[in-house]
Design a protein around this ligand. Structure first.
Ligand SMILES: Nc1ncnc2c1ncn2[C@@H]1O[C@H](COP(=O)(O)OP(=O)(O)OP(=O)(O)O)[C@@H](O)[C@H]1O
Ligand SMILES: [Mg+2]
Length: 344
């Protein structure tokens, strides 16, 4: 039977209608330093500037840095306090930011003790993130291909993968995506040993020998697995954020990635945006400022606008249609007034 437990690992468990309205975005990459936190922060601030209630969660349990990057010093509580049961409700860990509509859940500073939470602790965290009250929840993940990152990623209904046109980073992207997809299949078919065997064979025999057979073999197993697989292929469609783009070659690489993934995995990759390599991003980063607020007309800000539009989010919280980039830029300028940036 097709199950709504496809997302049983977390966020998209729709216990009531309010869960359905809320969107949870995960930002991952499979490599360090690709720009995940930069994207997560600027997307969060942008949605808050459009009037939405937003919560940004620093779930990079091994190397949290969002609070520093946003200039939010000494948070009262962090995820560590929730994971170690110092506080009962995740909502108690929320920290304000200079954007009235944006709140933050900081990662812990004593990171070693929480970088590898027990399974139960992780599931409690994922469940509680999905219960937070907000219009949008953005979850910034760590760079490694750990079960933590994979489970947080798979649990979010909208998943961004940030990559760059550099071989090692694209390799990290493929590895992460493949691991997330396989974990998702294993979760869906955990009761069906014969499908699990097919998946295990795929993992054990390696990429090249069986790559064309994984999806086909599962599909051929029975009509029921065929339908459930199709459901996964329809929903498992990560959105690609190509970052630090400095030549048209990135678009060609993206096209190759799309065909490769469609041919070998059977699902479509979607493009969320191409963010140029932009000095304004680096300048803002160095001062712990969101670049969309400091440089609301920059090319990188335009890319964040495209990302938002690609998610179908081209209106403000009051329902006003966002006509164009200038409109978006104006909203950001208004939002920036609350941040009291140092004059430069
Ligand atoms: N579009 C861009 N143009 C120029 N510099 C960028 C761009 N995006 C990110 N950077 C720079 O890349 C560096 C890494 O960014 P960031 O911390 O967001 O990456 P990350 O993927 O979160 O890293 P980690 O894996 O360590 O968490 C920063 O110095 C940031 O300023
Ligand atoms: Mg980061």
């Amino acid at each position: 039977m097709m199950t709504d437990k496809y997302h049983v690992q977390g966020f998209s468990l729709a216990e009531d209608n309010s869960e359905l309205k809320k969107q949870i975005f995960a930002v991952a990459s499979g490599k360090g330093g690709t720009g995940k936190s930069t994207v997560a922060i600027n997307l969060s601030v942008s949605l808050a500037a459009l009037g939405y209630e937003v919560i940004l969660v620093d779930a990079d349990l091994g190397g949290s840095d969002i609070s520093n990057l946003m200039g939010v010093s000494s948070p009262r509580y962090t995820l560590k306090d929730f994971i170690s049961n110092e506080v009962t409700y995740l909502a108690e860990v929320l920290e304000p930011t200079p954007s009235p509509k944006l709140r933050l859940i900081c990662g812990g500073s004593d990171i070693i003790s929480i970088s590898n939470p027990l399974y139960q602790q992780k599931m409690r965290l994922i469940r509680n993130i999905s219960r937070l009250e907000a219009d949008y929840i953005i979850v910034d993940l760590g760079p490694d291909i750990s079960f933590n990152n994979l489970d947080f990623f798979n649990a979010a209904p909208v998943r961004f993968l940030v990559t760059q046109n550099i071989d090692a980073i694209i390799l990290g992207f493929y590895r992460f995506m493949k691991a997330a997809f396989v974990r998702c299949l294993k979760q869906e078919f955990k009761e069906e040993d014969y499908v699990l065997n097919i998946i295990n064979d795929f993992q054990n025999l390696g990429w090249s020998r069986t790559r064309r057979n994984l999806v086909g073999a599962i599909r051929a197993a029975s009509q029921e697995t065929h339908d459930r697989l199709d459901h996964i292929l329809e929903t498992f469609q990560p959105k690609l954020v190509f970052n630090m783009v400095d030549s048209p070659a990135a678009r060609r690489t993206a096209d190759q990635m799309f065909s490769f993934i469609l041919e070998n995995f059977g699902f479509r990759l979607q493009t969320a945006t191409y963010i140029p390599r932009d000095k304004d991003v680096e300048r803002a980063y160095a001062r712990s400022e969101p670049f969309v607020l400091r440089y609301p007309k920059s090319d990188a800000t335009k890319a964040i606008y495209e990302m938002i539009v690609s998610c179908g989010l081209n209106k403000t919280s009051s329902g006003e249609r966002m006509e164009n980039f200038m409109h978006f830029s104006r909203q950001l300028k208004i939002e920036a007034q609350g941040w009291q940036f140092v004059k430069i």
